[in-house]
Design a protein around this ligand. Structure first.
Ligand code: SAH
Length: 411
């Protein structure tokens, strides 16, 4: 019989060919993945070409994310395809995470390194990353954004509007192209505002009103017209305040209305200064309960607070609606819960109602008209798509949620 010539390699040669450490090779042996032959005289380990190739293949499979044990089973043809499929899915998830990590780094570089040439635009939105961060801890997300050098205003806009620090400016520009043109910046109406306002029994009459997050000031103007009070209109977006200033001049109300560019999170006023604090569709920005607590000291004893806040209007809700609000405002709850919170915060409820459907319809009709014009002018944009989605949701499921309107008295 002709003797077959088999090349055998020493352990040193084998480690070099496979690209592993000696200890790793010995470990494979311990696991039973390889069984080297022994030199007949000195008993040194000897590795055949076939054994080495087997290990090279095994390492390639291992790189694809299978455990050594699974690799071994695979080589023996015993691995379940479902498991491989699962690994592929895991891998896709990891790739997505890495892409996001890359996008975060790119965004950080763009902020800190002005020398960075315009980096490759990313098709990877940071939205999911911001949203997961926000969901895990809104506070940590806020702190982190401010540490990156974003102002409080930008931080709020990233958290609530653009949700993407990388494409933030572009998103906001387009968003504001629509939002700034709208008559109101949140759903509501003169009738609804007056419904609550007219229930305030104040003697002497109200002298000092604060409108928090006034937007372009539809409500500030109405309250000024309806009273002899001084109305302080606070917002952190100067163009809205400029609009209100010129509008109050036009209506001869400039002596009654003072605009203040400031933050609702740190009101720049004397304590116990106001008879009435009014805030439509804005308290959510800092959180409903925080607004109740933080604004209270600025009210005189017996003063009133009005807040409108997104709430569930139905106990049974569509999956689409749940998913939308889970993304947009996960803190949403029902009116009863909000009422309880106002009582715990030391207020008495004078009036509570859900904003009528018609107020929402008017708001979205306005949005739709402005949106159409913006799309004609600027072409499609993710900011426009998000607004369209919000309108569509309302038109399909608008009876499932609303604004809870609460008129409260400080006790
Ligand atoms: N009350 C208005 C606007 C509601 S939209 C209406 O019903 O039409 C919310 C408003 O809050 C926007 O105008 C926005 O610019 C403002 N805002 C956002 N963050 C703010 C902050 N930290 N302090 C004050 N206003 C803020």
């Amino acid at each position: 019989m002709k003797e077959e010539l088999v090349t055998l390699y020493s352990i040193k040669e084998a480690t070099e060919k496979i690209g592993v450490a000696r200890s790793t090779l010995l470990y494979y042996e311990k696991l039973g993945l390889i069984k080297p032959e022994r030199h007949p005289e000195n008993r040194y380990r000897l590795y055949s070409e076939a054994a080495i190739n087997r290990l090279i293949i095994l390492r390639q499979i291992q790189k694809a994310g299978l455990s050594l044990k699974e690799c071994h089973r695979f080589m023996e043809g015993k691995l379940n395809p479902a498991l491989i499929r699962q690994r592929m899915q895991d891998l896709e998830g990891q790739i997505e995470d890495l892409r996001q990590a890359g996008a975060v780094l790119r965004a950080l570089l763009n902020r800190t390194d002005e020398e960075t040439p315009s980096l490759k635009p990313t098709d990877n939105s940071l939205k999911p990353w911001h949203m997961a961060f926000e969901k895990q801890s809104a506070e940590a997300h806020t702190i982190w954004l401010m540490q990156q050098g974003f102002s409080e205003k930008e931080t709020i806009h990233i958290r609530w509007v653009s949700r993407d620090m990388e494409n933030h400016n572009d998103y906001m520009e387009n968003f504001l192209a629509v939002f700034s043109q709208m008559k109101r910046q949140g759903p509501g109406s003169e009738t609804s505002t007056l419904r609550s306002f007219n229930q305030i029994k104040a003697d002497p009459p109200i002298q000092e009103i604060l409108d928090v997050g006034c937007g372009k000031g539809a409500t500030s103007l109405l309250l000024a017209k309806s009273t002899k009070a001084q109305v302080t209109a606070l917002d952190n977006h100067q163009p809205f305040l400029d609009h209100l200033d010129s509008e109050s001049k036009r209506q001869g109300l400039e002596r009654q209305i003072t605009t203040v560019n400031g933050s609702m999170t740190a009101l720049p006023f004397e304590k116990e200064h106001f008879d009435l604090i009014w805030s439509e569709g804005a308290a959510y920005i800092m959180g409903f309960e925080k607004a109740l607590a933080d604004w209270k000291p600025y009210l005189k004893n017996g003063g009133h607070l009005f807040i409108s806040e997104a709430v569930w209007a139905k106990a049974q809700r569509s999956a689409e609606c749940e998913a939308f609000w889970e993304r947009e405002y996960p803190a949403i709850t029902d009116l009863e819960t909000r009422i309880k919170q106002t009582e715990e915060a030391g207020y008495r409820v004078i009036d509570s109602f859900l904003l009528p459907l018609n107020d929402w319809l008017t708001f979205y009709d306005d949005m739709e008209a402005q949106l159409k014009m913006a799309i004609t002018q600027y072409g499609p944009h993710p900011a426009f798509e998000d607004m369209q989605q919000e309108m569509d949701l309302f038109r399909n499921y608008g009876e499932e949620y609303s604004y809870g309107c609460l008129l409260l008295k400080k006790i």
